[in-house]
Design a protein around this ligand. Structure first.
Ligand code: NAD
Ligand code: TYD
Length: 347
């Protein structure tokens, strides 16, 4: 049986990747390795607990001994590496944690992977478009765009990307990298814009908009990202980078207006009432003006395209959060974390 390690599988995107692989590749064992930080939540994957081709292992990729043991025990055929500290605002208040997980953790995995006894071992590193910095009103990020990260988060991801390429060039490790735009969908921790706004509107709380709200992001449905990851893992060319994006640019303010209208409808509130919750707050330090992806390489080489229209995706996403109140309560209270930590520390 082939074995694939997925790191960060209990987080937002990882959850969708793990589920896709476990359900589709029954002849392949999927090993989800996650530290279960505040952002990792095993309730995301409860439906897979009894799947025969799935295993969860709690562990920290910053711990080199743990990573070494993991590879010794399981002898994986490849790794899809998503584990990271992922929130820009947290990186501004605690940059070192981002260096530890995103840089040191990635290098630990690379060090172990380069000594893999499996000659066909593949290292797939999941990265972000934020490594390219910011765009003005025109233009798109291509795979050739020069790196120019501005936040501690994007600087740590850029650094890890460089290490991954260096291990390909120096040690001949089979690597692929993808750089994706902002994801949205179910199971995203409500510190990120879309789930935070949904939760606040539902609870009649202020929706904070940083600065003038004119910063632009290119939004992609998370399940389309998971599908791109599957294509790249199996068919991407070694040493290559693939940009992934939604062809779906929105200023934060326009996006929140659409979201407010949908929330009014879904909560049966008077038209335009949610918009009254919009509150302009101090801008994020180093706030990138615009991200937008040229995803023609993955479209041409791997025949991947986004599948969902944004308004449909946003509507589905809102429905998920409104239907999963308990999930929201658990992740915001931190109760789930204590529960699972006790459970896995006891094992
Ligand atoms: P997330 O914060 O929701 O999840 C990260 C997961 O990694 C969590 O389950 C956490 O417990 C785990 N983790 C953190 N530190 C760890 C450690 N030291 N050892 C083991 N596990 C650890 O993040 P996400 O939004 O799902 O992002 C996943 C990946 O995709 C990241 O590498 C991120 O940079 C990248 N990415 C995210 C987006 C986005 O819009 N969310 C866009 C492009 C790329
Ligand atoms: P976020 O979801 O944190 O993703 P990223 O910083 O990786 O793009 O933020 C998306 C955009 O929304 C970004 O321009 C910052 C802005 N934003 C707000 O205006 N208010 C908020 O409360 C948050 C969390 C983000």
């Amino acid at each position: 049986m082939k074995k694939i390690i997925i790191t960060g599988g209990a987080g937002f995107i990882g959850t969708h990747v793990v589920r896709r692989f476990v359900k589709k590749y029954l002849d392949c064992k999927i090993i989800n390795v996650d530290k279960l930080t505040y952002a990792g939540n095993l309730t995301n994957l409860e439906d897979l607990e009894h799947a025969e081709n799935y295993q969860f292992i709690k562990g920290d990729i910053v711990d080199a001994n743990f990573v070494h043991e993991l590879f010794e025990t399981h002898q994986p055929d490849g790794i899809i590496h998503l584990a990271a500290e992922s929130h820009v605002d947290r990186s501004i208040s605690n940059p070192l944690e981002f260096v530890m997980t995103n840089v040191v953790g990635t290098v630990n995995l690379l060090n172990t992977a380069k000594s893999s006894k499996n000659p066909n071992f593949r290292f797939y590193h999941i990265s972000t478009d934020e490594v390219y910095g910011e765009l003005g009103a025109e233009g798109l990020f291509t795979e050739e765009t020069k790196y120019d990260p501005h936040s501690p988060y994007s600087a740590s991801k850029a650094s890890s990307d460089h290490f991954v390429r260096a291990y390909h060039d120096t040690y001949g490790l089979d690597i692929v990298i993808s750089n994706c735009s902002n994801n949205y969908g179910a199971h995203q921790f409500p510190e990120k814009l879309i789930p935070l706004a949904i939760n606040n509107i539902k609870n009649n709380k202020a929706v904070p908009i940083y600065g003038d709200g004119l910063n632009v992001r290119d939004w992609l449905w998370v399940e389309d990202h998971a599908r791109a990851i599957e294509e790249i893992y199996f068919k991407g060319k070694t040493g290559e980078t693939y940009n992934i994006g939604g062809h779906n640019e929105w200023t934060n303010l326009d996006l929140i207006h659409v979201l407010c209208n949908l929330m009014d409808e879904k909560l049966n509130r008077p038209k335009d009432s949610s918009k009254e919750l919009i509150t302009f707050v101090k801008d994020r330090a180093g706030h990138d003006a615009r991200y937008a992806i040229d995803a023609s390489k993955i479209a041409n080489e791997l025949n991947w395209k986004p599948s969902l229209q944004f308004k449909e995706g946003l509507s589905k996403t809102i429905d998920w959060y409104l239907e999963n109140e308990k999930w929201m309560e658990r992740v915001t209270s931190g109760a789930y974390k204590e529960y699972y930590e006790k459970m896995y520390d006891a094992n």
